[in-house]
Write a protein that binds this ligand. Structure first.
Ligand code: WT7
Length: 638
């Protein structure tokens, strides 16, 4: 019997030891006992980090939707699979049973097929958090189409870049979306994006807000009439273990966002197994992850992980602040949520509004609280623990990445003693290493270094779509024979890990991964801007906020800084989305650069954090006087 469900700390250690002694045989047992396979694998694992090439369960045949839906029909057909909570609290929630989900996914899959989508084709999904989003993801998986979900808060430029990069044939969207008291014209954004996407043949549009939109003849169709007509049975496409399941874009420190490619069998096994253990999900629990399916958290822990376990997973369309800052707690009470998984930025935003709105609701159903996306600071941890969990619910601070597919470092609730700000211990099968600047592994405790993983795990991304070299360069070249995460971490006296943050030019704002390069590119499009540099600085709600240092072109005439600031933020909103807007902008006469012309962001980071005395070695600077000027500007603003 594999240890599918870990019940105490001792068992965690036992299973952990077993899993790292022989990872292949460990994951083979899990795969064998808890999933439905059309054909068994020939080989559990083959890997070579120098290429890099990683294959799990090679030779196996399966369909992930059979595992997420069909196999539950007999025993749980009437159980709620997806519980949809709309933006507006007055609109009734919708319970979609496993049987209904089966029908809806089959119908949707048949619609995709009828519009020419085949195994291997890419479908871009740009939908708000409505049931069609989860259903369309599963419909793609059912017929072997590769879904590429783009978060419906991204701008038209960001959307078109992603559509072009993966060469999607079809886009799924809606007429619009609700966001608190506002509506967003999603279809308009898609129309703009598609001006630059000649490869897109069809657009299917879900009706959500009933707005007037343009439908382009021969390209756009309303979804509902097609679904109404579609057959409610759709055979699964038999997929190979390593067939692509989806592409999901994440920011890099330079250049284009990276289309991380996840494959089928390993992703399924790992997300299902982590879901079960990290949230200690029991048969009748109601589980809610507040993320958007547009991020990896939603893929793995709203859709695939929970459904593979036959769980009830909540999908929330709205925002934490509408109609007021008690909305999350109202939903917890209303649906008697047992596991609640959210981001530190949400916790901090809610904490700002005091405890009155938390106390107003009955949160006694809660058993486990989760945190993801960025380090959870001490204050937020305690607020969450005291006011939401009433000191009875373990907080699982889960560290992982789009690239890792599933949770990597985390406590196991009721087993691992938690410690504020620590993600604690590696999950089963995960072998972390801390590395020093010379590429040597740092052994022992009470040390810090760069976080790597030494051995493959089933849900790791297999490549960057269309750019395997970049995959190799980004993740497998910094340290020999190891996956490099891009994060720094420390290991305390008992071996617990604390993630200290990115060590590259990626900035985590409100839990969203943003690269500096595309933002700087957007700023530099402004006709008055000569050069710019973006850094993150500590922010009490967002964790990090963005600060831009800008030099203007020397044209002889003076520019109004307030106007340029506004225009710069508008450009960023247009090119990337409002999440990448700058909180602070400083106009400076020069940027701190090395003699070779490289911008020294480290210095800007320190100044932005008001750590003026920790600028480190500035002797390599081309012109040290700009540093004084920048310091004075920032100080004056503080
Ligand atoms: C980066 C990955 C994993 C889903 C959401 C983000 C940071 C994530 C934690 C945590 C400290 C965290 C890391 C990581 N991060 N979770 N619990 N503690 N940092 O996915 O957009 O791919 O971002 O988020 O810096 O590398 P992502």
């Amino acid at each position: 019997m594999s240890n599918y469900h870990i019940k105490n700390f001792e068992e965690y250690f036992q299973v952990y030891r077993k899993s790292v002694r022989n990872p292949a045989s460990f994951w083979e047992e899990v795969a064998e006992e808890h999933f439905t396979w059309q054909k068994r694998w020939d080989n559990v694992l083959s890997w070579d980090f120098t290429k890099p090439e990683i294959k799990w369960f090679e030779g196996a045949k399966l369909n992930i939707t059979e595992n997420c839906i069909d196999r539950h029909l007999w025993s749980k057909g009437d159980k709620t699979a997806i519980l949809f909570e709309p933006n507006d609290p007055n609109e009734p929630a919708e319970k979609i049973t496993y049987r209904e989900l089966h029908t809806r996914v089959c119908k949707f899959a048949n619609v995709l097929k009828s519009r020419g989508i085949k195994k291997g084709d890419r479908v871009c999904i740009y939908l708000p958090m409505i049931p069609e989003l989860a259903v369309s993801v599963l419909a793609c998986a059912r017929i072997g189409a590769v879904h590429s979900v783009v978060f419906a808060g991204f701008s038209s430029t960001a959307l078109s870049t992603r559509i072009v990069d993966c060469d999607a044939k079809m886009v799924l969207t809606s007429d619009g979306s609700y966001r608190g008291s506002k509506t967003i014209d999603l279809k308009g954004i898609v129309d703009e994006a598609l001006e630059d996407c000649p490869g897109v043949e069809s657009v299917l549009v879900a009706k959500r807000i009933d707005s007037e939109i343009n439908m382009k003849e021969g390209r756009d169709e309303w979804l509902q009439p097609l679904l109404d007509e579609a057959d409610s049975e759709c055979e699964i496409e038999i997929m190979d273990a390593e067939d692509p399941l989806f592409i999901l874009y994440t920011s890099g420190s330079t250049g284009m966002p990276k289309g991380m490619l996840h494959t089928t069998a390993g992703y399924m096994v790992y997300t299902a197994y982590t879901f079960k253990n990290v949230f200690q999900y029991r048969e009748d629990d109601i589980y809610w992850c507040t993320a958007d399916i547009g991020w990896i958290t939603g893929h793995s822990y709203i859709v695939y992980g929970p459904l593979a376990n036959g769980a009830t997973t909540v999908m929330f369309e709205g925002v934490p602040s509408y109609p007021d800052f008690g909305r999350f707690w109202e939903i917890v009470e209303k649906h008697k949520i047992n596991q609640f998984y959210t981001a530190p930025t949400a916790v901090r935003a809610l904490a700002k509004h005091g405890t009155e709105l938390v106390e107003k609701y009955d949160l006694s159903s809660l058993k486990v609280l989760g945190s993801v996306g960025e380090p959870i600071n001490e204050e937020a941890w305690h607020w969450y623990n005291d006011n939401v969990g009433k000191k009875k619910c373990p907080i699982v601070d889960t560290w992982w990445q789009t690239e890792t597919g599933g949770i990597m470092i985390t406590p196991i609730p009721f087993s691992t003693p938690t410690k504020p700000t620590y993600a604690t211990l590696p999950f089963i099968g995960i072998q972390p290493a801390l590395m020093d600047e010379n590429g040597e592994e740092i052994h022992g405790n009470q040390v810090d270094g760069r976080l790597c993983i030494k051995h493959p795990w089933p849900s790791m991304a297999r490549t960057i779509w269309g750019n395997h070299q970049r995959y190799k360069d980004t993740y497998f070249s910094a340290y020999e024979n190891k996956y490099f995460t891009g994060d720094g971490a420390l290991r305390d006296e008992v071996g617990y890990y604390r993630i200290t943050g990115r060590v590259d030019d990626v900035i985590i704002v409100s839990g969203h991964n943003l690269g500096t390069a595309p933002i700087e590119d957007a700023i530099n499009e402004h006709n008055a801007v000569a050069e710019s540099a973006i850094v993150g600085f500590p922010h009490d709600v967002k964790g990090n906020a963005l600060c831009g240092y800008i030099t203007l072109k020397d044209t002889g005439e003076s520019r109004d800084h307030t106007n340029v600031s506004k225009e710069v933020n508008q450009l960023i909103t247009d090119r990337i989305g409002p999440i990448a807007k700058l909180d602070k902008i400083y106009f400076v006469s020069g940027l701190p650069k090395t003699r070779s012309g490289k911008i020294m962001r480290r210095i800007l980071r320190k100044i932005s954090a008001h750590e003026y005395n920790q600028l480190g070695d500035t002797s390599t600077l081309l012109d040290p006087t700009v540093v004084d000027e920048i310091k004075e500007l920032v100080k004056a603003d503080a």
